[in-house]
Design a protein around this ligand. Structure first.
Ligand code: EPZ
Length: 419
């Protein structure tokens, strides 16, 4: 298993081009199965998770071609309505195949995704939503078996809590249901808006895109899709946090500033200077005395849970008492013990991390536990004295394209060691 060796090398400086979004492309890849024919997706990031999703689609019977950052997905000859545990257990987003398969073929069998590094990740809302559209759901032997006689029926369904994945699954299923579905309290993350736009391009009839009430008029068939992947707002945020923790100046380009939600306001509240253009955001922390902050994660457009680990690493270097409360995943704190090994002073109280920031960080061997925790450890390694060795960085490879080359181009000193 590969590791990173990271050493401090001063403030990061320069421009970084942001890749396509992992969390946008994965549901769109599943949506391709709603049509018969060859769907195309561009600006696809080259990630472990995108290749895992391709493997899942191939097992189901799709033929997939990659041409640089473009994917072609031919769903004409799907012949195996099952997503196996061996693949689904490695990537929860494989569960996105459930909605499209049951909507189009009337039945399918998808492994339950199981937990993840920071605890249980239920799928009850996905199942309740499909039942509301008339699917018969049976959970047995670790698999979800979904069945309908005839077609799914449009209905009104209100998500009790905001769920990105459940919104994606039920939205995709509703596009082929008979009649109209009203999906209330839908997630409005940019990835969901992008999915709805891609589905519209396939011929789906969706009103309310970008709002919490999606009105879907089911259609008989959908045509193959063709569209780009939006930029990865979490990758952009991660590089801006890297600029902040090294007190540098970095411009993230080829991205959508408006998708950053509350993140830019938090960087400014901490004392970073933020400027932005149509498709770029620059964070300047050179010579800044940053301020502690109290952060609470919320569904979009609130502060994203996928940035809380990175901000925790930053706040560990800021004098004073800060806190990070995660209201989405109240146990997403595997990175705390590893950051403390680097000299941070972070304690946990239920769903909140209390950070006594400003102490000196010193390099040490640490272990990555999940995608965003790994990024947080790299950020801390950029300023921890001497060298930090981060093991199990396969977690990073799941969601950050060319991470080490992009960071090195900004002046970071890090190398990958093949383990
Ligand atoms: C998506 O996960 C993202 N993954 C996650 O990013 C992200 O952290 C999360 O949304 C929240 O923004 C992808 O898009 C592939 P949810 P998802 O359903 O859809 C609870 C990363 O680092 N819930 O919005 O699985 C759930 O436990 C990853 O890129 C239920 O209770 O998240 C959580 O508390 C990590 N029942 C809350 O809802 C359900 O059926 C939000 O989860 C579904 C979810």
């Amino acid at each position: 298993m590969d590791s990173f060796l990271v050493s401090p090398n001063g403030p990061l400086k320069g421009d970084v081009c942001i890749s396509g979004s992992k969390n946008a492309v994965l549901p769109v890849m599943a949506a391709a199965m709603l049509a018969n024919g060859i769907s195309k997706i561009s600006n696809v990031p080259n990630l472990k998770d995108t290749s895992t999703m391709s493997d899942v689609l191939r097992v189901i019977g799709c033929r997939i071609k990659e041409d640089k950052d473009c994917l072609s997905i031919d769903s004409s000859d799907i012949n195996h309505l099952e997503a196996p545990y061996e693949l689904v257990k490695t990537m929860r987003a494989s569960f996105y195949v459930l909605g499209p398969l049951v909507a189009k073929y009337g039945k399918c069998r998808v492994s339950l995704p199981g937990g993840c590094a920071w605890g249980p990740r239920p799928v009850d809302l996905h199942l309740k939503g499909l039942e509301a559209l008339g699917a018969k759901i049976n959970v047995t032997h670790g698999y979800v078996e979904a069945l309908i006689d005839g077609k799914l029926k449009g209905n009104t369904f209100s998500f009790p809590i905001s769920s990105v994945g459940a919104t994606a699954n039920i939205l995709m299923a509703a596009t082929l249901a008979e009649g109209t579905s009203v999906l209330q309290n839908s997630s409005i993350e940019p990835e969901i808006t992008a999915l709805a736009e891609y589905l519209t391009g396939m011929g789906a009839k969706i009103n309310g895109i970008g709002t919490r009430t999606l009105i879907v008029e089911g259609v008989e068939n959908l045509n193959p899709g063709n569209g780009p992947t939006i930029a990865d707002r979490i990758e952009a945020g991660t590089f801006l946090a890297a600029a902040a923790i090294t007190r540098g100046k970095v411009k993230a380009t080829n991205m959508v500033p408006a998708h950053q939600g509350a993140l830019l306001e938090v960087f400014e509240r901490i004392g970073c200077k933020i400027t932005q253009g149509d498709n770029w955001v620059e964070l300047d922390a050179e010579g800044c005395e940053l301020l502690p902050a109290h952060i609470v994660t919320m569904p979009y457009p609130g502060f994203p849970t996928d940035m809380q680990a990175q901000l925790m690493a930053l706040l560990a270097t800021v004098k004073g008492t800060s806190s990070v409360r995660d209201t989405i995943y109240n146990d997403r704190f595997k990175h705390v013990s590893e950051l403390n090994r680097l000299g941070a002073d972070i304690s946990l109280k239920e769903d909140t991390a209390l950070i006594n920031g400003g102490g000196e960080l010193t390099g040490a061997p640490v272990m990555a536990s999940d995608l965003r925790a790994s990024a947080a450890l790299v950020l801390a390694g950029l300023v921890a004295k001497e060298q930090t060795e981060i093991s199990r960085i396969y977690h990073l490879d799941r969601g950050y394209e060319n991470f080490e080359s992009k960071l090195s181009a900004l002046g970071a000193k890090l190398e990958r060691v093949n383990g």
